[in-house]
Structures are given as C-alpha cells and as structure tokens.
Design a protein around this ligand. Structure first.
Ligand SMILES: NC(=O)c1ccc[n+]([C@@H]2O[C@H](COP(=O)([O-])OP(=O)(O)OC[C@H]3O[C@@H](n4cnc5c(N)ncnc54)[C@H](O)[C@@H]3O)[C@@H](O)[C@H]2O)c1
Length: 291
C-alpha cells in the first residue's frame, strides 16, 4: 500500500463519501470546498458515518475516531499542495471542472494523480483545462461511496498508461473494485441504469403498480439489494434529472429523457432522502433504508 495524501475537492454528497473512504483506508485526507458551510457539513457527515459504523460493529470506536482525525477541512486550494491524489467531486459543469484542473496545475507536485468523479462529462474535455492531462483519470464512484464497492475507471485521450495503472492500484488500496471503461457518456453503469430507471418511473406513472409494489417486484424478481425507488431517493431526483438530461443531450436517445414525473417531483422539492421526502416519506425515521 503506497503512502498517499488524498485531497477531495467538493464536500457534497460524493466528496464527503469519498473522503470517508480515503480516511478509513488510513490516508491523510484533505476535504476542500469553496463554501465553508459545505466543508463543515461534509466533516459532520463523515463523523456521523464513522460513528454509525462503530455502533454497527463494523469498526472499533478508536478506529472511527482515528479515521476522523485524519480528515482536514480546507477552503484554500493551495492547502492541497501535499496531495499525491486529488479527487474532484464538484458541481457537474465542464467549465468549473476545467478551471479547477487548470488551477491545480500550479499547486500539486509533478506526480500527483488527478481524478474526476464526473458522471456525464468527458474526461478528455475536463483534462483539456490542465497542462497535466496525462495524469487526469475518470474515477466514477457509486453513491453512497463508503458502501458501494465499484468504481468505473476511464482514461481520457491523453491519459498516460502509468497514471491509469497507479489509479487502479490506489482504488484497490482504498478497498474498491474497478472496471475499466471508455470515456463515453454514462460510462457503463449509467448507460443502462438511467433508461431502466426512467422506464420504472414511467411504469409507476402508467399505474402498473405502487412505489412499494414495484420496488418489491424488482427486489423479489431480480435480487437487487434495494428497489429502484429506494435507489432514486438516495441518488436524489434532481441529480437523476440532471444526469438523464445531460446523457440525452449527448446521446440523442429518447430512453434517457426523464419522464414528466421527475420534473414534477423536482419542482415540488421532493428530491429524496436528502430533504426527507421523495418517492418515500422519511420523516418517520423507521422507514429510512439502511439506517
Ligand atoms: N450524487 C450522485 O449520485 C453522484 C454519483 C456519482 C458521481 N457524481 C458526480 O460527483 C460530482 C459531485 O456530485 P455531488 O452529488 O456530490 O454534488 P453536490 O452538489 O452534493 O456537491 C458539490 C460540491 O462542490 C462544491 N463546489 C462547487 N464548485 C467548486 C469549486 N470550484 N471548488 C470546490 N468546491 C466546489 C459545492 O460547494 C458543493 O459542496 C458531480 O460531478 C456528479 O456528477 C454524483
């Protein structure tokens, strides 16, 4: 196991989850966001996850507090200078990501791996903001990052083979399994998951079943660990809408276009677990999946 210093940029849903993964694996972890409040929320999310893991017997109290002690919050990009791996998990906007990688050029060392957790943007496009494009690798974590094992890995057009191999090694060190895919919209998983989720939502709109009965049918028939509506509530309806629309715009395949129910739910603010209501109501905590 190499000795890494991991910087995670963006302290939202994915960034705080990925920082948890790095700290739990034993690495010094720098969690950076432009927004101080997001850094504080991210740190609180990490602490809560580790505390809950200890309560569930997945680690000792000492391991949980040691892991949390490895995480440092930051709002200054220059604080990331010691990083050997930077994992970008900021807003899904090409210009923002390009600017970030361009700014990192002047801060990180000449062997630092630069990872992007983009769901829908081109790794090559993001890397074009950097003079270090040979070290930019797409590493797409599944949500929730601390629980889901798989990371999809994709090289951009100028990614060096050593950077790809070192990234796979790093991901193995933090306990992930990897599949290598191409820098194409949706990588592997979202390429079929998004049309499938859209068709499940369309089935609900068509009255084929209720949220509960469709989830029960899928878990019962396909042995998925959770139903599609439980999953959509974890991902967030706004994120599903954004990812689906972006993939539709690139692939021009109507199966990616989000059904009208998604727009109505987003307009109503029923975004899923993060707000307490989506397809399910989480105000009664006994209903929380996996809580
Ligand atoms: N949510 C998911 O299920 C999921 C799954 C896989 C990948 N992703 C991808 O991960 C990335 C982050 O998604 P998320 O759901 O965590 O978003 P989020 O909105 O929860 O968090 C994004 C964070 O980035 C911060 N940020 C924005 N611009 C920044 C900048 N220039 N520098 C530093 N911080 C900045 C914001 O303040 C915010 O805290 C996106 O690229 C998304 O496509 C999301």
């Amino acid at each position: 196991m190499s000795d890494h210093v991991v910087a995670v940029v963006g302290a939202g849903t994915m960034g705080s989850g990925i920082a948890t993964v790095a700290a739990r694996a034993g690495y010094r972890t720098l969690l950076h966001d432009i927004d101080t409040g997001r850094v504080d929320n991210g740190l609180a999310t990490i602490r809560d996850f580790l505390t809950r893991s200890a309560k569930l017997g997945k680690m000792t109290d000492v391991e949980a507090s040691d892991a949390f002690a490895r995480v440092e919050g930051s709002t200054e990009l220059t604080d990331l200078a010691p990083a050997t791996v930077v994992i970008e998990a900021i807003v899904e906007q090409l210009d923002a990501k390009k600017d970030l990688f361009g700014a990192l050029d002047h801060i990180v060392s000449d062997r630092t791996l630069l990872h992007t957790n983009t769901s829908t943007l081109s790794v090559t496009g993001i890397a074009s903001g950097s003079r270090l494009a040979e070290r930019v690798v797409g590493t797409h974590y599944c949500n929730p990052a601390p629980l889901m094992k798989l990371v999809e890995v994709a090289s951009g057009r100028h990614t060096a083979d050593w950077a790809l191999q070192a990234s796979i090694e790093f991901l193995r060190d933090v306990g992930k399994t990897t599949v290598v895919t191409k820098d194409r919209p949706g990588f592997i998983v979202n390429r079929f998951l998004i049309p499938w989720e859209n068709s499940v939502i369309a089935a609900l709109e068509a009255g084929l079943g209720t949220v509960e009965s469709i989830d029960a049918a899928v878990t019962g028939a396909l042995a998925h660990p959770m139903g599609p509506f439980q999953l959509l509530d974890i991902v967030g309806l706004d994120i599903h809408q954004q990812v689906a629309t972006r993939l539709y715009e690139q692939l021009r395949d109507p199966r990616f276009y989000p059904p009208p129910m998604v727009d109505r739910m987003v307009a109503a603010g029923d975004l899923g677990r993060k707000v307490g209501r989506g397809f399910y109501d989480y105000t009664d905590s006994s209903q929380l999946f996996g809580a």
